[in-house]
Design a protein around this ligand. Structure first.
Ligand code: GLU
Length: 448
């Protein structure tokens, strides 16, 4: 069997945490099983879809490292949907309906008030040719529904296990709008069938869609047993509340702006909802090797931004100089070298913060002098260059003997004078980077 997966975002906004997760899991499955990955743009909703969002989605996926082997766009395939609709009509599975949105809403409310499931009553099926003519004469154009069968629908869900829908529990889905445009529900099945998709992994908000889509697929001559489905529980926010507006609006753009590394996000989302340990991974290949769809459970995973930021810091602390060099140069750290990176990386919460330490090392700062007598003594005892990582220990050992200071009383004023900050990377590493001339000036209270 050829393994073919797809991700099918609607270009009505940037990718958010939920659909990044879906994209990643489909991508990982494809790469793990030597399959292909299709990016499909679900833009049947003309009013809300834009090319600008389509471009943003492509950029976001590229930023995450999720490359696609194939691309398709639903608005390019309208002729295929029209052809499929004709086949369904010929098979007696597509029927015209004339109810307005208000009439349908009234039916729904009436059923709910009687504590009945709000399933469409198929009134349109009973219309005579004369009644249909009258509707059309009055300017009402039909939308089209798919006639579900009276048999149960079953599938073996790769996450949920066996799923069964009894007949009569679902409304016949609308496949074509009154203006003839197809709805996602329909276009998606035609695409999955014609583009040879083998696995559909998506959120559990699609479970009922799957029941109807399996029937549509079969009516179009597809073999439902050749298409595997997996429905993942939706993410909840850290408080356990369901997929909130906040999570829904947390986009790749926002995450990037808060300094999230793509691999931090990938490392978290590849494991959230599994029993696997969440560890920072530097490359997608590692996540591919570890990926098992069977590890995803049925309980609601919690997405915690703080957890992501902690993972982000751990990822940065282990990043190689080669991996970040160009980005550091783009941040303006001209001539940045491995020594600098290895000294500061353990202190970064986000890569941009490296610029702060670059200024401490190479820029001018106003030193914070707590005790000028002690600072001057320290300046006088600075060893001659060349300096290396051992210089700090030699210098402070000497200072300890001369001044009788130790611990915080010894180190804290030196840190403040040399870096103008309360905390930061180890001074043993920073001191040789700062260099003797600058250290001397700062200890003497001069901006340098
Ligand atoms: N465009 C649909 C969505 O974003 C795709 C669902 C599917 O994977 O079939 O929900």
């Amino acid at each position: 069997m050829t393994v073919a997966l797809r991700v099918a975002p609607s270009p009505t906004g940037r990718l958010h945490v939920g659909n990044i997760r879906t994209a990643l899991i489909n991508w990982l499955y494809a790469r793990r099983h030597g399959g292909t990955f299709l990016l499909r743009i679900d833009d049947t909703d003309e009013e809300r879809s834009t090319r600008a969002y389509e471009e943003a989605i492509k950029e976001d996926l590229a930023w995450l490292g999720l490359d696609w082997d194939r691309f398709s766009r639903q608005s390019d395939r309208l002729a295929r949907y029209a052809e499929a609709a004709q086949r369904l009509t010929a098979a007696g599975r597509l029927y015209p309906c004339y109810e307005t949105a208000e009439e349908l809403e009234l039916k729904r409310k009436t059923l709910l008030a009687r504590r009945l499931p709000p399933v469409y009553d198929r009134a349109a099926l009973k219309l005579t040719a004369e009644e249909k003519r009258r509707h059309e004469g009055a300017g009402r154009l039909p939308h089209y529904r798919f006639l579900l069968s009276d048999r149960p629908v079953e599938w073996d869900d790769l996450v949920r296990g066996p799923v069964r829908f009894e007949p009569g529990h679902l409304s016949d889905p609308v496949l074509l709008r009154a203006d003839g445009r197809p709805l996602y529900m329909f276009a998606s099945v035609v695409d999955d069938l014609e583009l040879g998709i083998s696995h559909v992994i998506r959120g559990e908000d699609h479970v009922a869609n799957t029941a109807a889509q399996i029937e549509i697929l079969a009516a179009l001559g597809g073999k439902p047993e050749e298409l595997a489905f997996a429905h993942l529980p939706l993410l909840a926010d850290a408080s356990g509340a369901g997929f909130s507006k906040r999570l829904g609006s947390l986009s790749v753009g926002d995450l990037r702006a808060s300094g999230v590394e793509p691999m931090a996000l990938n490392s978290l989302l590849a494991k959230l909802g599994t029993s696997d340990a969440i560890e920072p991974r530097q490359a997608l290949a590692e996540l591919v090797a570890e990926f098992e769809l069977a590890h995803f459970g049925r309980s609601t995973p919690k997405f915690d931004l703080d957890e992501l930021m902690r993972l982000n810091a751990r990822l940065l602390h282990a990043m190689s100089f080669e991996a970040v060099r160009e980005r550091l140069e783009r941040l303006g750290l001209r001539g940045v070298d491995r020594d600098f990176w290895e000294v500061v990386r353990g202190n970064l919460a986000r890569l941009d913060d490296a610029a702060i330490w670059w200024r401490v090392v190479h820029g001018e700062l106003a030193p914070l002098i707590e005790d000028s007598g002690f600072a001057r003594q320290a300046a006088a005892l600075l060893p001659p260059e060349p300096w290396d990582r051992a210089t700090w220990a030699a210098w402070t050992e000497h200072l300890k003997v001369v001044t009788q200071r130790s611990g915080k009383a010894l180190f804290h004023p030196l840190r403040l004078a040399l870096t103008a900050r309360e905390r930061g990377p180890e001074l043993a590493g920073l001191l040789p980077l700062i260099g003797r001339a600058r250290a001397l000036a700062r200890l003497n209270g001069e901006a340098a």
